[in-house]
Design a protein around this ligand. Structure first.
Ligand code: UT7
Length: 388
């Protein structure tokens, strides 16, 4: 009887010349599945017989291109005061937010993500065909099965593996760190990290405690393999505490159809609740945990807050940003914020603010930035990065 490894070896299946499949060398079973897909369908087929890149380990990762995109429709605090009992004064004093962008008409999250990614590719001078991996960080995909592949199609990144990372407002930081791991351990060269969310789809527009906070947007970063001494990820720390899930969530609705024991009752199609948030608890969590995780990431980098050029937090509330900056003894002039114009855009907020700061000339080549995401999960994490 043949051993399992023999059964699944490419040569035993007559597939030694099949098309590209990431990870094929390390996982023959996955290679087998990918090759079978290619044989049975013209969609997804590839004529290249081998992986394009040797599997090199120990490389650095440079951040070399960024971009962002926002929907056309802008909603002011006064606009919201027309639909819920609130005021421009309450919203701007308690949150720092003055307006936000909302998807409307036929705009999609895929469109926004692709626009942001195209700008990042342009800045990095990287061709779409040279992108190896697209990490689409979103909790509000256009398709339940993932938006990454649609972004890949829109961009024409035919050689790229593409999938989604779901981690709410921490998504971009997790995506950035994930990109560097694929480069270091997997031999990938060009990785697009996209943070894009449309929380407006899950907001209860009659709840003044949440509807004033959120907006839609996308931001992208091109991370490229580099020499070890040019590494742009200097340190990081990532954390999760599922115990805190109850404080911030949008949970799938339970199926109400009852099985009576005799005949199977088909379940109803699922949907999600609107965003449920205990604002005070999330505020306390952010002010306590974000400085800790930034300090851990700084320690990982062998740096202190005095070495930072910039602090860039997930844009949730200006009072959180100010409290964390004070705790880390970082002066206001070194804190990036564009919250007033866009509100909380979840996974998009960090790359959107970073893109504006880079294109606006605030952040310069070689600047060191402490960035931190935090939110539903609960998840939170910090990365100390060097631009360019
Ligand atoms: O990205 C995920 C991370 N999310 C966050 O970081 C959110 C963190 N939390 C926050 O930013 C804040 O907790 C909020 C901005 C959500 C709320 O601010 P707050 O200072 O914690 O207000 P509160 O919830 O304690 O409410 C204070 C008062 C209440 O009235 P009473 O009970 O004192 O009479 C609320 O009903 O303000 C009232 N209120 C409002 N009033 C006018 C709550 N929302 C509004 C509103 N307009 N939009």
């Amino acid at each position: 009887m043949a051993s399992a490894s023999h059964l699944f070896s490419p040569s035993s299946m007559g597939m030694s010349g099949s098309g590209r499949c990431w990870g094929r060398r390390r996982n023959r079973l996955i290679g087998l599945r990918c090759s079978m897909l290619e044989e049975h369908s013209a969609v997804g087929s590839s004529s290249s017989p081998k992986p394009r890149f040797p599997r090199v380990v120990g490389k650095g990762s440079k951040l070399i291109g960024c971009g962002s995109a926002v929907p056309k429709l802008s909603i002011s605090n006064d606009d919201l005061a027309e639909i819920v009992e609130t005021s421009d004064e309450w919203i701007s004093v308690r949150t720092g937010i003055r307006k936000r962008r909302i998807l409307s008409g036929d705009e999609t999250l895929t469109d926004l993500a692709a626009e942001a990614a195209r700008k990042a590719l342009d800045m990095a001078k990287v061709e779409a065909l040279d992108v190896d991996l697209i990490l689409m960080c979103t909790s509000t995909p256009d398709d339940l099965f993932g938006t990454g592949p649609q972004v890949q199609r829109e961009l024409g990144c035919k050689h790229a593996l593409a999938f989604d990372i779901t981690a709410a407002c921490s998504g971009f930081v997790l995506g950035l760190v994930t990109a560097t791991r694929y480069i270091k351990g997997g031999g990938f060269q060009n990785v697009l990290v996209i943070g894009a969310d449309a929380l407006s789809r899950y907001v209860d527009w009659s709840d003044r405690g949440t509807c004033i906070l959120f907006g839609d947007a996308a931001g992208a970063m091109l991370v490229q393999a580099s020499q070890e001494d040019e590494d742009g990820l200097l340190g990081f720390d990532l954390r999760t505490d599922g115990q805190g899930h109850r404080h911030l969530h949008a949970t799938v609705k339970a199926d109400s159809s009852k099985q009576n024991g005799a005949a199977f009752v088909p379940p109803k199609p699922s949907s999600y609740s609107c965003i449920q948030m205990n604002g005070k608890e999330v505020f306390r969590f952010a002010v306590r945990c974000v400085p800790e995780v930034i300090e851990a990431a700084l320690s990982d980098a062998g740096l202190s807050s005095a070495d930072l050029n910039w602090l860039l937090l997930h844009q949730a509330n200006q009072r959180i940003i100010d409290a964390v900056a004070t705790r880390l003894q970082i002066q206001t002039g070194r804190v990036l914020s564009n919250l007033s114009n866009y509100g909380n855009t979840s996974a998009a907020s960090i790359p959107l603010a970073l893109d504006e700061a880079i294109r606006g000339g605030q952040v310069q080549q070689g600047d060191v930035i402490a960035t931190a995401g935090f939110g539903a999960g609960l998840t939170w994490g910090a990365a100390i990065v060097k631009w360019g």
